[in-house]
Design a protein around this ligand. Structure first.
Ligand code: CU
Length: 234
């Protein structure tokens, strides 16, 4: 990634990745991580830049860089709550979120904030869906996911204080969304995304995907980003 001066976020991210022992190639590198999890580097933000399909039905990968940045990508196919093979993605309404529709959520967190991206396939064509980050993991009961994650608890329910990922599918039933915030998630505070039957922050819950969103940890006194480079103090 050849970013000019002034692209400090990307630069520090790359530094994190190198320091963590992961090779980076133009934002499309997929590196196998222990435990068959897959970490995908995304260039220039999430959303449309999410890398290739890793092939599995369900997959998740994440990484905490030594500079405190956090990456994750999770994907799954939707299944009803009573499916023989349980999924981390549950559909409560198979008419509007068909079983086997796919979802992928990517997150990037740095000292500058958080970007959450979503890609979906196999939904109703040309259909408006609402979607947000919620506080709790999904369950058989749509309410299990709890309320919207809020940056300032009990504050305004709007896209600045929450993570809204409303999207409208194309003619093939595919959709994508991205939300960019200047803040980061509290550790363990954001655990799912819920798809709703309408946009704008309300609506019945059609489906849910359990995602372990990460938080940002500022660099410690001796980590890279605090004056120490790969070859010593810089
Ligand atoms: Cu919601």
């Amino acid at each position: 990634m050849r970013n000019g001066i002034g692209r400090g976020v990307d630069e520090s991210r790359e530094q994190d990745m190198v320091a963590a022992g992961t090779s980076v190639r133009a934002g499309r590198a997929a590196a196998a991580v222990a435990g068959a999890a897959v970490l995908v580097m995304m260039a220039g933000g999430v959303g449309g830049a999410v890398g290739g399909d890793t092939g599995g039905d369900t997959g998740a990968g994440s990484n905490v860089g030594s500079g405190g940045g956090f990456w994750s990508r999770s994907q799954a196919s939707f299944a009803p709550p009573n499916a023989f093979i349980a999924s981390s993605a549950i559909t409560y309404d198979t008419k509007r979120v068909p079983a086997a529709a796919r979802i992928e959520i990517a997150q990037q967190s740095t000292g500058s904030g958080t970007v959450v991206g979503a890609r979906l396939r196999g939904l109703l064509p040309s259909h408006a869906y609402g979607m947000h980050v919620h506080t709790s993991p999904c369950g058989a009961d749509p309410e299990a996911a709890g309320p919207h994650y809020q940056h300032r608890a009990d504050a305004q329910a709007d896209p600045a204080n929450e993570v809204w990922l409303d999207f409208t599918t194309d003619a093939k039933g595919n959709g994508s969304a991205q939300a960019r915030q200047t803040w980061n998630f509290r550790a363990g505070g954001a655990r799912s995304v819920v798809i709703h039957d309408e946009q704008g922050g309300a609506g019945d819950r059609l489906a849910c995907f359990t995602v372990r969103f990460g938080s940002y940890t500022p660099p410690t006194a001796h980590g890279p980003g605090s004056g120490y480079g790969l070859y010593g103090r810089v």
